[in-house]
Ligand binder design. Sequence first.
Ligand SMILES: Nc1nc2c(c(=O)[nH]1)N[C@H]1C(S)=C(S)[C@@H](COP(=O)(O)O)O[C@H]1N2
Ligand SMILES: [Mo]
Length: 444
Amino acid sequence: MKHPQREERGLHELYAEDSERADAQLFGRRANPVSRRGFLKQAGLTGITGILGASALPWAGNFPSGLIPAALADSTEPFNLKAYGKQGLTVLNDRPINAETPPHLLDDERTPSRYMFVRNNGIPPTLESINVDEWTLEIGGESCANPQTFRIAELRRQFKTYSYDLQIECGGNGRAAYDPPAKGNQWTTGAVSCARWTGVRLADVLQHCGIKQDAVYTAYYGADAHLSGDPSKQPISRGVPMAKAMEEESLIAWSVNGEAINWLNGYPLRVVTAGWPGSTSGKWVTRIDIRNQVHDGPKMTGSSYRVPRNPVAPGAKVPNEDMVIIGSMPVKSLITRPQTGVEHALNTPLEIRGHAWAGDLPVSTVHVSTDFGATWREARLKAPVNRLAWQNFTFSARFPKSGYYEVWARATDGNGRAQPMVVPGWNPKGYLNNRCHRVGVFVS
Ligand SMILES: Nc1nc2c(c(=O)[nH]1)N[C@H]1C(S)=C(S)[C@@H](COP(=O)(O)O)O[C@H]1N2
Ligand SMILES: [Mo]
């Protein structure tokens, strides 16, 4: 049975609310696009227990259609992500679950699991079905000399453990700003995280299993199910070129920030290949292949995670052969303090805080403007904890008189390339929007 394309239909309906969109454009934030009313319309009765995180709805037969359950009426989250250890995220889609993090909840140097965004392409394996002790990772593929299977405990025993702070950003982060709009989750700024991941090096494990001369690419396979329910299909299976896989920071991880990985972020085992589209970091990973060709799994081909080789006009149809796979992500920054719309007292400096990252590259500088880009001053920028970690910046802003201001931040990468102030080159799937982030400040 085929499911309707909920993702696409849902978003077009929900985006009808123009006032919300204007608000989003002004302040870079958005009212929750999945209104409780709209969500319940779609979810139906059977979905309600799921949303509530309740085991059953005993009087389901009496439940008036369209009524918002009181337990949800006061909640800002239409989907009970709290039940899964998440807090304060903006839900973009309920099937599959997709949720982003508001900027102010990304203020921590290391993103706590509860604030880590969720980008699912399919249905995760149920928590009950996951047994950490029994979980196996198979290494194989055409270019693997000695295919082998490991339990997590065996990975820990046989290989050296490493921990790195690693930033993961979805290739579609910022998609909501493209015009004409691109289909898919309408991420604004919150599909990014940076946390301390612990695991073994992908390189060590692959080398142990023998990398043949003709190796080109890796391929991950996860335990999540295709939305259609068809067990012969995977929702996503991607990988990276061998050179990226062999980097010191490319991990097969079982822990984040010293804890087990949140179920929605890939518990009990995931790949982390930071600096590249988040889609290369496979969750619930059960198999990694060493391939003798560029991997051709779902979401590797066609227009998925690809952009036009050369710039195209907005709305253009681009033939697949003119699209190239996205590698290292572009330079970007996010202001995490203050929250947009903040009221600030005149004559006191306002501390601005945020993070900047640049795919495989370091960030060299961050500049801040409080006069709509007329003048820029350099922010204090910390060195990364390690390669592929985001870098914190701080800035002390002063305002000459009362009124409305905007704080704009602009990062420059190690190659001298800076973020654009406006949305960069349109592309069919709405990837790689690295325009500057800005927040509104009312000074009085
Ligand atoms: N097995 C599996 N791995 C996956 C995905 C998925 O749907 N299934 N989504 C990918 C995408 S598109 C992104 S952006 C990241 C998101 O990681 P997170 O949900 O832990 O933040 O996981 C990637 N790994
Ligand atoms: Mo993604």
